[in-house]
Design a protein around this ligand. Structure first.
Ligand code: FAD
Length: 224
């Protein structure tokens, strides 16, 4: 379920349990038995197509098997790459919200001064800038570990969990400063907030990342 670009792709990469552990398959989407109905009525990431992949008696040649990837490490290494990108990407959304909000607050007049000149507004802007900066330092640090080749997947989980969670918190706080204007598409804030809801879920839900970090800390798996 929930596969990005599933109905527009020419090939699907499908990871499946076989008699020989988990293996990856390259599946041409015109293979008999393959279909990808689109999931409609999304309120988040509406610009991208999301689909269900249905495989009904699909038969593939042995050459469809991805060589050299056997077990969970294949799909998990793909996920670590994508999650690492999200560590930065979520902050981009948060930064856009914050910049749009600072500009709005400077222009919006409340009584005899701009919204930006009220202490409560400035406290919110300061706190959001703090979290954005902390998230960026975390992302940079993880990037440097990646360059060194020492980045662990649990550290990627930490970055993904923190930065997406904080990006959503920033988008929501920005929305309060924009007030009613914040619920329209006139400003980017609600769009980012809605899209970040998907980001919180895909590439490992926040709960699953908590479990990855919990396992790294305690040595105990709590996944099942
Ligand atoms: C817009 C969008 C695009 C997507 N694109 C892709 C894609 O291209 N490819 C792809 O593979 N996936 C994609 N996904 C799927 C995404 O990875 C899944 O939605 C996600 O893994 C969660 O699965 P689920 O929605 O079935 O939730 P569920 O697994 O039903 O989870 C429900 C709740 O239970 C919690 N939970 C689940 N398991 C455990 C556990 N063991 N312990 C404790 N809590 C648990 C979850 O954290 C969540 O809170 C996409 C999703 C969205 C929304």
């Amino acid at each position: 379920m929930w596969i990005t670009n599933g109905s527009v792709a020419d090939v699907a990469v499908v990871w499946a349990q076989t008699d020989d552990r988990i293996r990856g398959f390259v599946v041409p989407t015109d293979t008999p038995g393959f279909s990808a109905p689109e999931i409609k009525k999304k309120m988040s990431l509406r610009a991208s197509v999301t689909s269900e992949l249905v495989l009904d008696n699909v038969r593939l040649p042995a050459s469809a098997i991805l060589p050299g990837a056997s077990g969970l490490s294949g799909p998990l290494s793909c996920l670590s790459e994508a999650r690492f990108g999200i560590v930065f990407g979520a902050l981009g959304a948060a930064r856009d919200c914050l910049e749009a909000t600072i500009e709005y607050a400077g222009e919006r007049q409340i009584f005899d001064k701009s919204l930006a000149a009220y202490q409560l507004t400035q406290a919110k802007l300061a706190d959001m800038t703090l979290e954005l900066g902390k998230g960026m330092l975390l992302a940079l640090h993880l990037g440097r570990l990646k360059d060194e080749g020492t980045l662990e997947s649990a550290q990627v989980s930490l970055g993904k969990l923190n930065n997406v969670r904080e990006a959503i918190a920033i988008a929501r706080e920005c929305r309060t400063i924009l007030a009613a204007a914040g619920i329209t598409l006139e400003y980017p804030v609600m769009r980012h907030a809605n899209n970040l809801e998907s980001v919180l879920t895909y590439e490992g839900t926040s709960e699953v990342h908590q479990l990855v970090i919990g396992q790294a800390l305690t040595g105990q798996s709590a996944f099942r």
